[in-house]
Design a protein around this ligand. Structure first.
Ligand code: ADP
Ligand code: ADP
Length: 203
């Protein structure tokens, strides 16, 4: 059976970490606007490059991200969608192009989010997500190649959380009002969060 899963949550809530595992577990595509935009940061669009918005912690204009998501979902049998929709217009666009089987919100407090984002490190070779304190790799070769995302510096982190409160929290409310939202404590250990998501997906 294919699954169409939407994972919602603030920056740093653990969407990427969980999505990677869900994609592997269920053999579905991980559709993430953040990674897609980072891979095309310098692409010229009529609004400018994605980079100009991302470096400031702002949202990339809707037409650019809507197109990325539509193309990715067209190609996918099942998917876990991560990082989209980030405002109500994107939510409306999404509902016009697909149905969802599960809408899950990872709930994490703001002070925890700041620590998670500023300590986040990425493996440029595998795309794996680590943390200086909460999830440090044992392999020294991996440790040495880890990098910090530019927008994970504290100033930009604060801006991104502000953008989240203003634009994305209404999306959470929208799904909550529709009665579709399943809320999971995102502050639990990663394995526990994964088990709870799997219960929802398989339930
Ligand atoms: P998002 O995609 O929602 O921004 P990530 O999956 O990139 O979030 O996680 C943000 C940071 O928090 C990463 O450094 C990750 O290793 C760490 N992290 C993710 N889930 C947990 C968890 N349940 N407990 C502690 N740290 C976590
Ligand atoms: P995080 O892991 O912290 O949630 P992402 O990797 O999802 O961050 O996003 C990084 C940046 O990419 C955002 O700050 C924003 O500039 C841009 N971006 C990602 N997804 C979207 C989207 N759906 N709409 C607009 N901008 C987006």
């Amino acid at each position: 059976m294919s699954h169409r899963i939407l994972l919602l949550g603030a920056p740093g809530a653990g969407k990427g970490t969980q999505s990677k595992r869900l994609a592997a577990e269920y053999g579905i595509d991980h559709v993430t606007t953040g990674d897609a935009l980072r891979a095309n940061k310098e692409m010229e669009t009529e609004y400018g490059t994605p980079k100009s918005f991302m470096d400031a912690g702002e949202l990339v204009p809707d037409p650019v991200v809507n197109e990325i998501v539509q193309a990715a979902l067209d190609d996918a049998d099942g998917f876990v969608l991560d990082g989209y929709p980030r405002n109500l217009d994107q939510a409306e666009y999404l509902s016009s192009i697909t149905d969802l089987d599960a809408v899950i919100f990872l709930d994490v407090d703001e002070d925890v989010l700041v620590d998670r984002l500023t300590g986040r490190r990425m493996d440029p070779e595998t795309g794996d997500i680590y943390h200086v304190e909460f999830n440090w790799p044992d392999d020294e070769a991996v440790q040495e190649r880890l990098v910090q995302r530019e927008d994970d510096e504290e100033d930009t982190v604060r801006d991104r959380l502000e953008v989240y409160r203003e634009n994305t929290e209404p999306v959470i409310e929208h799904f909550r009002d529709r009665g579709d939202l399943v809320e999971i404590d995102g502050e639990a250990a990663p394995d526990e969060v994964f088990d709870r998501i799997a219960d929802v997906v398989e339930g």
